[in-house]
Write a protein that binds this ligand. Structure first.
Ligand SMILES: NC(=O)c1ccc[n+]([C@@H]2O[C@H](COP(=O)([O-])OP(=O)(O)OC[C@H]3O[C@@H](n4cnc5c(N)ncnc54)[C@H](O)[C@@H]3O)[C@@H](O)[C@H]2O)c1
Length: 391
């Protein structure tokens, strides 16, 4: 297949590009390297330095013989998008190319506006480009479970059947996003659903939970094929952050009471889920939503699991509760459905003791690279525009 991987220099995009290339698909990677700029702005580095994309693609070709093309450009530039789609005519587009961090978007007005402009305009340009150049193409968009928030009812997969005053309808599940970043995904979802309904586009919105993990089958093939692993307060997801804290011997920092519950998944399962979506495209006119996670945990549960992994490794891990920089419920009902990907054949890599021990061992190997100052939260939800001064 002709597969376009947007955001292919990123944490998820690079392993995805290798995964499809390894299957023999024709892969084009798009990125504008914005993430590398955000890292510089906030003084953040991945745990292990990531070689430039061109070098990684060169290494991939050397090791496997598979070619991948790179197109450098910004999705917010519609001419770039139109030319890209006209030239390549993809059959599937996997869209990761957005600003992915809630704290980044909460640093003040400028970053909130940037996040929403980058994410929403980039996606809109793609919708128009697809309609113009490749209307049969399957658009696979990475959304987030954070679009739903933590409602006091079960979370369905995208759609909700409602009965109101004696009448029935099927509506998009109500959203209660927790940051300007999450809201950008809500707006994306609405725009994509509209394009499916009105233009007959085919799309799958993957509402993904926080991803953990470092390794995939392809990253292990040779040195230099690894993906970025962030443990900092802005781009690091909670489990990755805790692993690093355990590895360098500082207390795990649970935000507030720690009852915040979310659905998580292994990086390897992100690849499986995206592959299942590509191989089972939605129908023309269908806006399909999958909740993409495999297990749900509270932050306290994750901290306890890492503490246990630490003791198995001979590390004394301490857990501290610190003031929550976010405005969120710290104890709440959470029951999110996630059966559609399983129905398609997803075989989860669960967070077993063995998986945890392996991740901790990998992180410990690179512990000397860690900047402990980058872990504690610097962005506060209540600070509005003042936060920039604190950074
Ligand atoms: N990592 C997670 O735990 C997670 C969880 C849920 C959803 N997601 C979503 O998955 C996607 C990928 O996440 P990630 O962790 O790999 O993020 P990432 O920041 O590592 O990768 C995103 C890539 O997109 C590129 N990009 C951003 N804006 C662009 C633009 N306008 N034009 C071209 N390239 C652009 C960046 O340079 C970066 O390389 C994001 O949309 C994110 O919101 C991630």
């Amino acid at each position: 297949m002709r597969v376009l991987v947007l955001g292919g220099d990123g944490y998820l995009g690079w392993p995805t590009a290798m995964h499809f290339s390894a299957r023999g698909d024709e892969v084009v990677i798009v990125d504008n390297f914005a993430k590398r700029q955000w890292e510089l702005e906030d003084g953040i580095e991945p745990l292990v330095a990531v070689p430039p994309l061109h070098r990684r693609v060169g290494q991939w070709e050397k090791v496997t013989g598979h070619k991948m093309l790179i197109r450098v450009g910004d999705l917010c530039n519609h001419r770039f998008v139109y030319t890209l789609l006209d030239d390549f005519r993809p059959e599937a587009i996997i869209h990761y190319a957005e600003q992915p961090s809630a704290p980044y978007s909460m640093q003040g007005r400028e970053k909130a506006v940037y996040t929403q402009t980058n994410n929403i305009v980039g996606t809109l340009n793609l919708l128009f480009g697809i309609q113009h150049s490749c209307p049969d193409c399957h658009f696979i968009k990475l959304g987030t479970m954070g679009e739903y928030g933590t409602p006091n009812i079960d979370i369905e997969e995208g759609w909700l059947d409602v009965e109101h005053n004696g009448r029935k309808d099927r509506v998009l599940f109500p959203k209660k996003a927790g940051s300007f970043y999450h809201l950008s995904k809500v707006h994306d979802s609405n725009n994509i659903e509209f394009a499916c309904r009105v233009w007959g586009m085919r799309a799958t919105d993957l509402n993904q939970g926080p991803v953990y993990g470092i390794e995939t089958e392809q990253t292990e093939l040779a040195p230099g094929l690894h993906t970025s692993f962030h443990y900092d307060d802005v781009f690091g997801t909670v489990l990755n952050r805790f692993l690093v804290q355990a590895a360098i011997g500082v207390p795990l920092t649970v935000y507030g009471a720690g009852g915040q519950t979310r659905g998580y998944l292994n990086l390897r399962d992100t690849l499986q889920c995206v592959e299942l979506a590509v191989d089972h495209p939605s129908e023309r006119g269908e806006f399909r939503v999958f909740n993409q996670f495999t297990e749900q945990f509270s932050v306290n549960q994750l901290a306890e699991m890492i503490k246990a992994a630490g003791s198995r490794a001979g590390l004394g891990v301490q857990v501290n509760h610190i003031e929550n920089p976010r405005v969120e419920q710290e104890k709440h009902y959470y029951n999110a459905k996630h059966s559609k990907l399983a129905d398609l054949g997803l075989e989860p890599h669960l967070l077993t003791e063995q998986a945890m021990d392996r991740m901790l061992a990998v992180v410990r190997r690179h512990a000397e690279n860690v900047n402990p100052k980058a872990i504690l939260p610097r962005v506060r939800w209540l600070a509005g525009d003042k936060t920039e001064e604190a950074l």
